[in-house]
Design a protein around this ligand. Structure first.
Ligand SMILES: [Zn+2]
Length: 316
C-alpha cells in the first residue's frame, strides 16, 4: 500500500494521453463539468516540455488522481507513479483561477517524480516511516519543483511571460511579507518542516521552502545563464544532479548542489547560495550585488529587470 493511493468510486471521469510512449491517466472524482479537450491539451503540453528537458520518465505509467471537493481547497501530494490532488470547489474547475491551480499543482507534482521520488537527498534514501526524517534540502526538492512547475507552464505556452512573472511576483511578495526570513534560513526552515511546515506556525519564525526555494532557483538560473554567456542554465545543473545521484538511489548532499552550481557558472554564485544558509532576506544581498533592482516594491519590477537584461526570453 505504501506510495500507492487509489480511488474507488461509482462515478469517475477518466481520460488518458501518451507522450513518448509513456501513458498518463487523469482521474477526476466529484461534481464538475470538465472540458476534456482543453484539459488533455494542456496536460499533454506541460508533460511534453518536462520530458523534453529530462528525456526519460522514471515510470511507464502515471496517474493524476484529482479529488474535486464542493468547498475551496488546494492540496497535492507526490508519489512515484501517481499524485493525489485535492481541489475545490469543483464547480469552478474550468474557471481561470482554479483551472490554473489545477495545472500548476499537476505540473509541480509531475516534476516531483524526478525531483524527490527518484532523485533524493541523502537524508531520504533510507526513509524511516516510524519517525521524522530531517533534511536541509527542501529548497531543492520543493523550491526547484515550485520554480519548474510554473516554468513548464510557461514553456508549454499556457502562461505568457507576464503571467509567469506574476506567479514569481506573488512569491516575492510573500517573501517580503514574511519576517521569518530574519530568523531562519531556508535550510534551517527546511529542517524544521516536520514541526509546522505545512500549517501556519509561530509567526515570523521561519521561511517557506516553496517560496524561498523557488526564488533561489530563479536567481541561480539567471546567474548561471549570465555567467556562462547563455551556454548553461539551471536545467543543466538539475540534469547533472539527476544523472549523478538518481541511478541506484545514491542520494545527494548540499555540497553536491553547491559544487555543480559553481561548475556551471563560477565562484561568484556563492553570493546567491549564501542566502540558503544565513537567516537574512534572500533577495537583499542579491539586489545589491547581482540583481540591481530596488528592494521596496521590487516584486513589480522583477519582470522589467529581467526583460531589460535580456533574461526573460532565454528563461522561457
Ligand atoms: Zn511539492
Amino acid at each position: 500500500m505504501l506510495d500507492s493511493p487509489f480511488f474507488a468510486a461509482k462515478a469517475l471521469h477518466h481520460r488518458s494521453y501518451s507522450v513518448n510512449d509513456y501513458v498518463f491517466h487523469i482521474w477526476l472524482y466529484g461534481e464538475a463539468r470538465p472540458d476534456w479537450n482543453k484539459i488533455l491539451h494542456d496536460f499533454e503540453a506541460f508533460t511534453k516540455v518536462q520530458l523534453e528537458m529530462m528525456h526519460a520518465f522514471p515510470v511507464p505509467e502515471f496517474h493524476f488522481l484529482v479529488l474535486l471537493l464542493p468547498f475551496p481547497f488546494y492540496h497535492g501530494v507526490e508519489h512515484t507513479a501517481s499524485t493525489v490532488l485535492a481541489l475545490g470547489p469543483g464547480y469552478k474547475l474550468m474557471q481561470k483561477e482554479m483551472y490554473t491551480d489545477l495545472l500548476g499543482v499537476a505540473s509541480h507534482e509531475l516534476f516531483h517524480v524526478w525531483n524527490v521520488k527518484t532523485l533524493r537527498p541523502k537524508d531520504f534514501v533510507v526513509y524511516d516511516y516510524t519517525r521524522e526524517n530531517y533534511s536541509r534540502l527542501g529548497w531543492v526538492y520543493e523550491g526547484f519543483t515550485t520554480y519548474y512547475g510554473d516554468l513548464f507552464l510557461a514553456r508549454s505556452g499556457y502562461f505568457n511571460t507576464d503571467e509567469f512573472f506574476s506567479e514569481i511576483n506573488q512569491r516575492l511578495q510573500r517573501h517580503f511579507d514574511n519576517y521569518g526570513r530574519y530568523n531562519s534560513s531556508v535550510a534551517e526552515s527546511s529542517f524544521d518542516t516536520w514541526l509546522d511546515g505545512y500549517v501556519p506556525g509561530a509567526p515570523a519564525r521561519k521561511t517557506s521552502i516553496y517560496d524561498e526555494g523557488c526564488l533561489i532557483a530563479l536567481l541561480l538560473d539567471l546567474y548561471i545563464r549570465r555567467s556562462s554567456d547563455g551556454k548553461h542554465a539551471l536545467d543543466d545543473l538539475f540534469k547533472q544532479l539527476y544523472h549523478d545521484f538518481a541511478p541506484g538511489g545514491k542520494g545527494y548532499r548540499e555540497s553536491d548542489v553547491l559544487r555543480l552550481a559553481i561548475s556551471y557558472s563560477d565562484a561568484g554564485v556563492g553570493k546567491i547560495l549564501i542566502n540558503v544558509f544565513i537567516p537574512d532576506p534572500v533577495m537583499n544581498p542579491c539586489c545589491k550585488s547581482y540583481c540591481p533592482m530596488p528592494v521596496a516594491g521590487s516584486a513589480l519590477n522583477l519582470h522589467a529587470f529581467c526583460r531589460n537584461n535580456g533574461l526573460a526570453s532565454g528563461l522561457l
